[in-house]
Design a protein around this ligand. Structure first.
Ligand code: GDP
Length: 139
């Protein structure tokens, strides 16, 4: 089933000029980048985006990291896009990520792990709506 998922290329990756290399992995996996924008995330946007982790000890560090450098927010489309992108991203901790995954190839640590991808279709819709309108998405 064709679905959409939400992706972020995180500050550790934009800082190292990895946007194109990460997009190549995404596209080689059969996912289509149907919207993309480079932004500087505000503290308010980052706090809201990671609200679910507000009680975690790393929340402050995570918000600080996500606002430290530009990020690239994206909408990806394809068959089973949510699960497919989670597979392409690899495990949260790059030490546990499978060979060939974005995090195995590029992530620096469990926190600075290069990419975000939605974990459910419901969250994908909410996350896309935080950063894009329907008019921004050209499938
Ligand atoms: P994801 O869905 O694979 O991104 O992982 P989670 O939803 O568990 O965590 C969200 C994000 O929080 C991760 O991608 C990391 O950037 C960050 N994070 C998770 N665990 C840690 C941690 O132990 N330390 C720090 N600094 N950041 C973490």
């Amino acid at each position: 089933m064709t679905e959409r998922t939400f992706s972020i290329i995180k500050p550790d990756a934009t800082r190292r000029n990895l946007t194109g290399k990460i997009n190549a992995v995404i596209e080689d996996a059969g996912l289509r980048i149907v919207a993309q924008r480079r932004i500087r995330m505000t503290e308010g946007q980052a706090r809201k985006f990671y609200e679910v982790h507000a009680a975690r000890p790393f929340y402050g560090e995570l918000v600080e990291f996500m606002t430290s450098e530009p990020v690239v927010v994206q909408v990806l489309e394809g068959a089973n896009a949510v699960a497919k992108y989670r597979e392409v991203m690899g495990a949260t901790n790059p030490a546990d990520a499978a060979p060939g995954t974005i995090r195995k190839l590029y992530a620096e640590s469990v926190g600075e792990n290069s990419v975000h991808g939605s974990d459910s279709q419901e969250n994908a819709a909410l996350e896309i709506a935080q950063f894009f309108t329907e008019a921004d998405i050209v499938g």
